[in-house]
Design a protein around this ligand. Structure first.
Ligand code: PAF
Length: 272
């Protein structure tokens, strides 16, 4: 990959980079298409990164579909797929880790300790290998994108990071490779998450400033479904991700729930 990247750089071509863990869906494809429009060459990495999964998480059963992914990358305008092995990314001697303080200790960082350190470490490696001009991430993983932006700025990585809107299934469920774990009925029922986010947005837009009340409405709505277990409901500042007691400016409402053993996250930006 390094030689390939060197050649592209030597020819003065720009590189758009879409890092993924494969099992691609419309959310990823929207990033690839945007990268295609904005760059000379589009590199897509497909790597299920073991160090971002906790010991009781789904690393082994995480959906993989390399043959299908290759077709989708090509048809959406990707030029190069980087699909390294675990051994090549983490040889026995591997001893380095990249940690962003603060932002990683909130929201998903609480129930997934070590997750974001795994993400920032692998992304640093991928960025160093691919040397992108622009890297593309989805807003569905809002916290991940905020952490990566922080890291890129703190470490003077020198390329742009673009965060593109959430792509949803027709039901409203945010697209995710993990939606594959949800069988038909649950998949339909999971649309309650987005419906609830939209209701909460309406409530804020109609003048509700009290975060506790907004969160109470979200909780009541979600718990109407007996299969949902709430991990967190948060109303946070879009940059610092700190909880807002009163809603005085733009906020992100972020939700993480368990549904039938599957962890689902979603969020919505609300400007006031
Ligand atoms: O969002 C993902 O798919 C992963 O966290 C990423 C950014 C590819 C790192 O493994």
């Amino acid at each position: 990959m390094s030689l390939l990247v060197k050649g592209i750089k030597r020819r003065g071509k720009s590189i758009g980079f879409v890092p993924t863990m494969g099992c691609l869906h419309e959310g990823h494809l929207s990033l690839i298409r945007r990268a295609r429009k904005e760059n000379d060459v589009v590199i897509v990495s497909i790597f299920v990164n073991p160090i971002q999964f906790g010991p009781r998480e789904d690393y082994k059963r995480y959906p993989r579909n390399l043959t299908g992914d290759i077709k989708l990358v090509k048809s959406s305008g990707g030029n190069i797929i980087f699909n390294p092995t675990v051994k090549s990314m983490y040889p026995k001697s591997f001893s380095t880790s990249v940690r962003v303080r603060g932002l990683t200790e909130l929201l998903c960082g609480i129930s997934r300790p070590g997750h974001f350190e795994g993400v920032t470490t692998v992304c640093t490696k991928l960025f160093n290998i691919v040397r992108p001009d622009v890297a593309y991430f989805g807003q569905k993983d809002y916290q991940q994108a905020a952490i990566i932006k922080r890291m890129a700025e703190d470490l003077n990585m020198g390329f742009k990071i673009k965060v593109l809107p959430i792509v949803r299934e027709p039901s409203g469920l945010a697209m995710s490779s993990r939606n594959k774990y949800l069988f038909n009925k649950k998949r339909k029922e999971a649309s309650i998450i987005y419906r609830t986010l939209k209701e909460a947005k309406r409530l804020i837009k109609s003048g509700e400033k009290n975060t506790a009340r907004v969160k109470e409405c979200i909780k009541d709505s979600l718990l109407k479904n007996p299969y949902i277990k709430i991990d967190y409901i948060a109303v946070v500042d879009p940059q610092t991700l700190m909880e807002q007691k009163r809603i005085a400016s733009t906020v992100v409402i972020a939700i993480a729930v368990w549904m039938g053993g599957v962890r689902l996250i979603d969020n919505i930006l609300v400007s006031v």
